[in-house]
Design a protein around this ligand. Structure first.
Ligand SMILES: C[S@@+](CC[C@H](N)C(=O)[O-])C[C@H]1O[C@@H](n2cnc3c(N)ncnc32)[C@H](O)[C@@H]1O
Length: 210
């Protein structure tokens, strides 16, 4: 999706919330490989993630990376910090990859996403990946149950319809909501061969977004 956003949608700014530990092909690496001037703000609420990110996620000189220690539930704080690196008058891709399962319905994840998308201009994008409730149902439910014994935050499984609801008011990019391995395979993703119990989607904010 990051490769698509840079090469086909002209996006040069990313707000990547729920960064995770640095790995291969981090957001700024994929973006800056195609457009070195890309700017990426990483946000995570885990101090271990942030210390690794600060050490390893360094930008190409033409672009920028920044790290914010914040909780996805505190959108005003994230926006106030992100605007030091990103220009909110130009399109931004908001990436929520693997993080929404950690926001229970009682914390209003749909309201959080709407708040973020209201803050970015027309032609911005929302990318989501989310563990699926109904793919490989039994092993996934078992794994979620085990995780919930260990995690302070409870892990929420959501259906394809639940994930589609996050894109309310946005124009879904083809092929819509799919399993992650089926979203434009061959553009740098893991390909068709490895089915993953995750839904994903990419939506564009059009001028008539409400
Ligand atoms: C499953 S990892 C996903 C990592 C990466 N985005 C990916 O897709 O591979 C979820 C990340 O979200 C972070 N996280 C969990 N809850 C969060 C919250 N409420 N606010 C910000 N980050 C959060 C975790 O610390 C973790 O790094």
């Amino acid at each position: 999706m990051v490769h698509y956003l840079v090469t086909e949608a002209g996006i040069r700014q990313f707000l990547d919330i729920g960064t995770g530990l640095p790995t291969a092909n981090n957001t700024h690496e994929v973006a800056q490989r195609a457009a070195p001037e890309s700017r990426v703000v990483y946000v995570d609420n885990d101090p271990i993630v942030l210390s690794h990110a600060k050490a390893l996620l360094t930008s190409a000189p033409q672009g920028a990376t920044a790290y914010i220690d914040a909780d996805l539930r505190d959108v005003p704080f994230i926006l106030s910090q992100a605007e030091q690196t990103l220009d909110f008058t130009r399109p931004i891709a908001v990436l929520l990859l693997g993080v929404l399962p950690l926001i229970p319905d009682s914390d209003d994840p749909y309201g959080i996403v709407a708040q973020l998308m209201r803050a970015v201009p027309t032609d911005s994008y929302l990318a989501i990946s989310h563990v699926a409730r109904e793919i490989q149902e039994r092993p996934v439910a078992k794994a979620a149950g085990r995780l919930n014994e260990a995690l302070a935050e409870k892990f929420v499984l959501r259906s394809r319809e639940d994930v589609a609801e996050f894109f309310a008011g946005l124009e879904l990019v083809d092929p819509g909501i799919t399993q992650v391995n089926l979203w434009r395979p061959g553009t740098g993703g893991s390909g068709r061969a490895r089915p993953v119990p995750f839904h994903c989607g990419l939506g564009r904010k059009a001028a008539d977004f409400q």
